[in-house]
Design a protein around this ligand. Structure first.
Ligand SMILES: NC(=O)c1ccc[n+]([C@@H]2O[C@H](COP(=O)([O-])OP(=O)(O)OC[C@H]3O[C@@H](n4cnc5c(N)ncnc54)[C@H](O)[C@@H]3O)[C@@H](O)[C@H]2O)c1
Length: 460
């Protein structure tokens, strides 16, 4: 994504349009109000247990070590090196549990748990934790099989006071929230298409110190424990599509293969999937392990503009590319008698979108910024777009989602990444994998669907 200003395609008006949307959303976008939360809960931090201090677990613990509204009382991990690393990372000398996470759940002093274990363990651990009355933060993707969806809903219903939050951290990023507000308020016009890719060049394999630990350490490569690229990577991006379209898909088709890394893995290394949404919108997701050129991002395309957005290194970045509605678009109610524009149009079938984007960032946090603040905000954007000023780094969305989790526990608020968001996300992942396994179109339940009990997919 380039942030350079292109005078041919961008105007001050475009900046004003972006800024208007950004300003309108800034109050919503700033989910965490750390000073306020701290004042409310500092004297009463949430006492939590942490289950699974592997790679993502330590990424969480690093952020958690900076958040005063929660206190890590105990870490559980069955792999000793990771348990040690977790304790070092969080840094407050928590107790350790090397064998059985249920011992943490038995403790009355533990109010909440983080579940950051492999995919197949999420739901069994959620159910145990909720029946022990704990608040639960669980990493994405939440559910691995379709029958787990009603099980989790039943647990939520039986424990109405427990918070259940899913680790879809884009939902907590001010940049993503602002971009979504732009989409929902029509800045991009009508959005019929989203494209996302998560491309890497590598085996996805981790070194194993002892062959007996192969499946434990490389769990992502085996179907008993993993939903493959779709669950590990695509789940973030299908959630972005759900969020943008404000709906779940109605069907999915896809092809997947183990085409390059023929090393005994059971999950695809090459995935192309197309979801259809209720108004015919399409979401195309690809994930490959043989080329990293495109890296990962989501591109949301409307008939009046595009947003390209990514969460690379947990540092969100987004650009807006304005585009003119086609002169013969059915959405253009009154055709302008502007001959100049029509002459221009005569030579082209459609005006291309801006080739360089306007950076989206959240700007002033006041609901009604004054004239000077607005002007300063525009000037900043302008300078960022020209490459003169560096974009300010947003707070890590892992920290924002953790902080929000503690706030929900103390204040009774509902999480942004709640059970419905997590269930919709899981359903899309499960159905996409089923479509690829069976090489058939899979429909969401209100339409005839491929039966879940297929020989190929019943392990999923
Ligand atoms: N939100 C994100 O951006 C993001 C990024 C990476 C991973 N994740 C998710 O986080 C989860 C963990 O991924 P990871 O990369 O950290 O995996 P990992 O293998 O590095 O860590 C998992 C940890 O769980 C431990 N574990 C396994 N079984 C256990 C048990 N019964 N009790 C206690 N501990 C147990 C393992 O020993 C390991 O340390 C996955 O669900 C993954 O999808 C989310």
């Amino acid at each position: 994504m380039s942030n350079s200003y292109d005078p041919k395609t961008l105007s001050r008006r475009d900046f004003l349009r972006t800024s208007a949307a950004v300003t309108a959303t800034s109050a919503i976008a700033s989910l965490g109000a750390p000073a306020i939360i701290e004042a409310q809960t500092l004297g009463n931090p949430v006492n939590y247990g942490f289950i699974g201090s592997g790679s993502q677990g330590c990424a969480h613990l690093k952020q958690l070590s900076t958040i005063k509204t929660g206190r890590c009382a105990v870490i559980c991990d069955i792999y000793e090196p990771n348990l040690k690393k977790g304790v070092e990372t969080v840094g407050n000398n928590p107790e350790t549990e090397p064998k059985d996470y249920r011992r943490i759940l038995d403790r009355k002093d533990i109010e909440a748990v983080f579940i950051v274990t492999p995919y197949h363990l999420h739901v069994p651990m959620i159910l145990d934790a909720m029946s022990a009355g704990k608040h639960v933060f669980v990493e994405k993707c939440m559910m691995k099989t379709e029958d787990q969806i009603p099980q989790v809903y039943a647990a939520v219903k039986a424990n109405p006071k427990s918070v259940l939050q899913v680790g879809l951290q884009r939902r907590y990023s001010p940049t993503y929230r602002t971009a979504m507000q732009m989409v929902h308020s029509g800045v991009l016009g009508k959005v019929q298409f989203i494209r996302a890719q998560w491309h890497r060049n590598g085996s996805w394999r981790r070194p194993v110190p002892d062959p007996r630990l192969e499946r434990q350490i490389n769990w992502r490569l085996y179907k008993d424990y993993s939903g493959g690229l779709m669950a590990e990577l695509g789940s973030h991006q299908v959630d972005v599509a759900d969020w943008a379209f404000q709906a779940e898909p109605v069907s999915v088709v896809g092809v997947g293969g183990i085409d390059y890394w023929k090393d005994g893995r059971e999950v695809y290394d090459n995935v192309s999937v197309t979801f259809e949404y209720p108004e015919g919108q399409k979401f195309v997701f690809t994930s490959i392990c043989t080329n990293a050129h495109l890296d990962f991002s989501e591109v949301i395309m409307g008939d009046e503009g595009t947003i390209e957005i990514t969460l690379g290194n947990n540092n969100p970045k987004a650009s807006y590319y304005p585009e003119t509605l086609a002169p013969d678009s059915p959405r253009r109610k009154v055709k302008k008698a502007d001959t100049k524009e029509q002459n221009w149009w005569a030579g082209a079938t459609a005006k291309s979108g801006a080739t360089r984007g306007i950076p989206i960032y959240t700007g002033p946090t006041k609901q009604d910024p004054g004239f000077v603040e607005k002007e300063v905000d525009y000037a900043k954007k302008w300078l960022v777009s020209m490459g003169v000023l560096e974009m300010e780094r947003e707070r890590n969305p892992l920290a924002l989602e953790e902080e929000s989790f503690f706030e929900c526990i103390r204040d009774g608020k509902k999480p942004a990444a709640n059970v419905h968001v997590g269930a919709a996300d899981s359903r899309a992942v499960i159905y996409a994998n089923r479509a690829m396994d069976l090489n058939q179109k899979v429909f969401w339940p209100n339409r005839p669907s491929v039966p879940a009990e297929s020989q190929i997919s019943n392990k999923l």
